[in-house]
Design a protein around this ligand. Sequence first.
Ligand code: GFB
Length: 347
Amino acid sequence: MQSHHPQPVILVTGGTGLVGYAIQHVIETEPVGSRFGRREGEKWVFVGSKDADLRDPAQTKKLFDKYKPTHVIHLAALVGGLYRNMRYKLSFLRENMLMNDHVLQRAHETGVSKVLSCLSTCIFPDKVTYPLDESKIHLGPPHESNYGYAHAKRMVDIANRAYHDEHGSNFTSAIPTNVFGPNDNFDLEDSHVIPALIHKCLLAKRNDTPFIVLGSGRPLRQFIYSYDLAKLFIWQLREYDDIEPVILSVGEDEEVSIKQAVDAIVTAVGFDGEYKFDPSREDGQFRKPASNQKLLALLGGKFEFTPFKDALRDTVQWLVEHYETDARIGRRNTRTNGTNVVHNGEA
Ligand code: GFB
């Protein structure tokens, strides 16, 4: 493979989403040749679903034939927050299984030297001793709310082992905790908690609409800033050579309740109104505390995570600056200039 392809070509699937956007930002802004910056001779290709529908093996083949990647960061997935996961368990299972199988098989058939796939801490068993660590992935069923997505992602770890055992492939995976940042999906119903609440809080400030937080506010989560996660993906692609997964997360001591996250968002938005909880909506998994000890040990001790409040401030700023243009704010919203948001041809 290397012979006809001297320069490393890194193909990033899902390259136009939250984490893909962050990796492109880091690669393009960090000094060339630095630990997280682009290296001389490296070609980075960021593709999205407009470039190829990875649920279709023929389109996946065409994409690999076009770019001839030497390395792949596989981020493409059907994703969503708690409520979208609960509604579409089969779609999350099937569509992610299809994309993952097509990407790994095509990577194998074209001699890609390394694939780094993106999993999530929701894959871990719901009932297991805490903290969660990489050895516990398959020790029981995941939480009921997202078993479709969780099992599809667990199968990537199984596939990585099978490709290695049968072909010696060097396919590995990362297990991020809940991620947020610029270019997230801010859809009010389908998105994850941080972007949904930032969007709701902004609308409450602008339009004096009620700011409703779903559930009890008691569940606990660890949140990592997308730009920090991007650096860790670049590190794992370059400096980690093992098929065993690595949890990419802030420390266990950074776990916060949804209520604490809401209060931090209220400060970041500068909202001085009231917010209410809607306990009729689900809380989902109560907590999924992940240990980042393996990561820190591999990194030689420490990593400079962006403080939560600074990361929230920058994400709010990004949404304010992009609200009228390219921010993904969902179908159930009109921009303040009155134009309807058009998605996939649906008004
Ligand atoms: O990020 P999130 O949707 O998913 O967070 P999970 C859900 C938590 O936030 C629940 C509360 O406890 C909700 O009750 N919450 C409060 C809200 N208000 C809102 C809101 O307006 N929108 C949303 N979405 N939540 C997901 C998995 O689980 O984590 C995915 O389902 C993926 O597959 C993702 O792994 C990282 O953290 O519960």
